[in-house]
Write a protein that binds this ligand. Structure first.
Ligand SMILES: [Zn+2]
Ligand SMILES: [Zn+2]
Length: 392
């Protein structure tokens, strides 16, 4: 039986798991129920289970029944388990039962697809080598992938290559995007405190006006992507917050400015940071004030290695129901912590379309979003087929 035939049989069961995860969402590092269910199912299917990586992370190990000639290759398959801190809209009968928590990015579906693949692979073991199933916590901004790595994930479970998938409501069901090189952006966060000298609104010349200063700093920052980075490269500096002042007639002593920076290439990331530091520091100085800058590197860019992306694309194209595998297209300026795993290992991160005729088209991180269950057997078949292909 092929992966798709078996996973079609498991489709109703997988749909039930997915909807149960959906109804019980848990945010980053709080995935107690979810990881317990994952571990329980893996054990039930005779899979060796390891817990406690990155807090709630779970690793399952499946060994193939064939002997590889002179080697024991290992593949890592990763799914994220966390939900988002937001309320779900009214839409589905299995809607979130946890107020302020919602599976709005489809990680309920990712976890379920990896479970489906795990069940098939544990039943058949039709490969030579080892599969490491990596169920990670806290993808949404909290770097759960890195937390698992800091707990020795790849020392304990070394992988020759690693793979992950994300659903995409922007792409029709049946289409897959497999981009060699950069698939997703690097994200950094900044917090700037501009310091001047408070004064009466009638006597700005007696103080150092931080409101005038922040206006100059905003302009200086906006000029970086448009004037100082090659127009053919990608960089975004988005200021999300400005706070300052308590009165209409007092010029504030300090103003705070916060936001994020997104880039696609490591060298552009470094350059934007340098330009950022210079623009803020010197603009504050030119206004007679000073700037304190906190600049935090969050996620690196997600960069797919060439050979692994080609082979992942082949495995995806072999799944019945996959109609098109796009090998070219634009990366997305969102971030993904699988990037940390790809800094350490060869591998690929693929996008699987989930937009159907009447469902699956609402964007992720939206209160009306829902993972499309029709993608479950497709994604799970890809993961299982990839193992059989790579560890033949
Ligand atoms: Zn997300
Ligand atoms: Zn996501």
């Amino acid at each position: 039986m092929t992966p798709r035939e078996r996973l079609d049989q498991l489709h109703p069961e997988m749909t039930a798991w997915r909807r149960d995860f959906h109804a019980h969402p848990e945010i980053g590092f709080e995935e107690e129920r979810t990881s317990a269910l994952v571990a329980e199912r893996l054990s039930e299917w005779g899979i060796e289970v390891h817990r406690g990586f990155g807090g709630t992370g779970v690793v399952g190990v499946i060994r193939g029944r064939h002997q590889a000639a002179g080697s024991n290759r290992a593949i890592g398959l990763r799914a994220d388990m966390d939900a988002l801190p937001m309320d779900e809209g009214d839409g589905v009968e299995y809607r979130s039962q946890n107020p302020g928590r919602m599976h709005a990015c489809g990680h309920d579906g990712h976890t379920t697809m990896l479970l489906g693949a795990a069940k098939y692979l544990a039943e058949t073991r039709n490969f030579a080598g080892t599969v490491h199933l990596i169920f990670q916590p806290a993808e949404e901004g909290l770097a759960g992938a890195k937390a698992m790595m800091d707990d020795g994930l790849f020392e304990r479970f070394p992988c020759d290559s690693i793979y992950a998938i994300h659903n995409s409501p922007d792409m029709p069901l049946g289409t897959v995007k497999a981009l060699t090189g950069t698939a997703l952006a690097a994200i950094d966060y900044f917090k700037v405190t501009l310091r001047g000298r408070s004064s009466h609104g009638a006597h700005p010349h007696q103080g150092i006006d931080t409101v005038a200063m922040v206006a100059q700093v905003v302009n200086a920052l906006n000029a970086i992507p448009s004037r100082q980075i090659d127009a053919l490269e990608s960089a975004i500096i988005s200021i999300g917050q400005i706070h300052g002042g308590t009165s209409d007639i007092v010029l504030p002593e300090t103003v705070e400015l916060r936001g994020s920076v997104r880039t696609l290439k490591p060298e552009v990331r470094v350059r934007v940071e340098e330009l950022f530091m210079r623009a803020v520091t010197l603009t504050a100085q030119a206004c007679g004030g000073t700037a304190e800058i906190e600049y935090r590197h969050a996620y690196p860019a997600t960069i797919n290695t060439a050979d692994e992306t080609v082979r992942a694309a082949e495995a995806a194209a072999a799944v019945p129901g996959v109609t098109e595998v796009l090998r070219e297209g634009n990366p997305i300026l969102a971030g993904e912590d699988f990037a940390f795993m790809l800094e350490r290992n060869r591998g690929a991160y693929l996008m699987f379309g989930q937009r159907g005729a009447d469902k699956g088209g609402v964007p992720v991180h939206n209160p009306g979003y829902d993972f499309n269950d029709d993608l479950l057997p497709i994604g799970a078949s890809y993961l299982a087929g990839l193992v059989e292909q790579e560890l033949a």
